[in-house]
Design a protein around this ligand. Sequence first.
Ligand SMILES: Cc1ncc(COP(=O)(O)O)c(C=O)c1O
Length: 459
Amino acid sequence: MVQVPGPFKTPPSLKLDPKPLAEVPARALSAEGADAGGGAAGGGTAGGGAAGGGTAGGGAAGGGAAGGRPGAAPARPASRRSEIPVFEVMQITDEVARRRHAGHDVVSLCAGEPSARPAPGTLQPAGYTGPLGTTPLREAIAGHYRDWYGVEIDPGRVAVTTGSSGAFQLVFLTAFDQGDRVALVSPGYPAYKNILSALGVEVVEIATGPDTRYQPTPELLEAAARERGDLAGVIVASPANPTGTMLGRAELQALVDWCARHGARFISDEIYHGISYAEPGPDQRGVSAVELHGDAIVINSFSKYWGMTGWRLGWALLPEDLVAPFEALASNFALSPPAPAQELAMRAFSAETYGERDGVVAGFARARALILDAAPALGWGTAAPSDGAFYYYSELGPQLERFGDSSSYARALLEGADVAVVPGGDFDPVAGHRAVRLSFAAGEAAVAEALERIIRFQA
Ligand SMILES: Cc1ncc(COP(=O)(O)O)c(C=O)c1O
């Protein structure tokens, strides 16, 4: 085996024998036991493996966060499908940017992108960044965890993605293989199960209701595993879409511990953190799973609290063992997250921006109060508590007798009163036909107007 010289380190999972990938037994390529030298990953580019520094496997990953492995079942290995060569050019692009940032005069003959950028005023210039995002943004995101949650995160574990949607695809691809079983709750955000299904992962939907505040519990996970078989992962959202319910610290801890004991990956969608209506206190913005266990996978985004949906920017916090496999997939699937969005997002973590966004959340709180106050007049059935996010999810109660199901109700409401609400079927294939979701992200004036129209429509 040839030891690759030069500055670019091959990430551990990519130190392949120089035989074709198909001939290498899949598990032999996993991060463990793959430390013996390595040929050139990524199509044999001379000059060796991929740029490692700061991205693949840098530093005390997993560290900082409280955790370790309570219950200590061995971590699941990364998926077999992530055992592909990293797209080396993207890692070198990252290394070039880092060196330039550090003051080096780097001449890059590396990337396949025109250096003659369009003139400002016609098109805006922007180039690729590293596959896991720019170093300053990854550091800024790590800083956000220090500020909000009091945990130290190695920026090398932060992967910037194309929205949290991009993070789901890459995390699921990295963590799970076809046929693996992953649990999530219903009602829930439909893209989790749809992406998992598209990737050939078996979705284990756990029906929840008001008794568990529409969230999973260790008992529910236990029952699901008994019925369907071992779980490779569990996905949780707090605050959740469509119910808005949140998990307290102890409840989240119990779920994280269950996963650690059973060797399942814990994936925490924290996209609605910061949008909560809880009493002021240390956990008001939401408890991050990474506070509780260093190996939790956290997914977040600039879309909701920061309101940057169209910039398509999110991130994942990865356990150390998944960084290199994730990077291999990201560098091939996405090349890099969008550069202008990353530049803009650097402003997200200032005191001024937090203050502005907290002001927006205060507006959501006022809009939410309008709905809660109007609930008796709406006369619907059981509603979820709406602890956070900007959703009110409610059964329609007596309106079902009149309209049959929530889709018919929503259609009639749109046609009869020009008010659009979402029927619950997408979120819950079993009981969602009885419920609707109202988003109060539209703000107080829109919500007040909609409520008036709905009450008039139902009269
Ligand atoms: C719970 C949840 N997660 C993730 C997303 C995806 O957001 P984005 O891809 O814009 O980050 C949404 C969007 O509505 C959501 O409700």
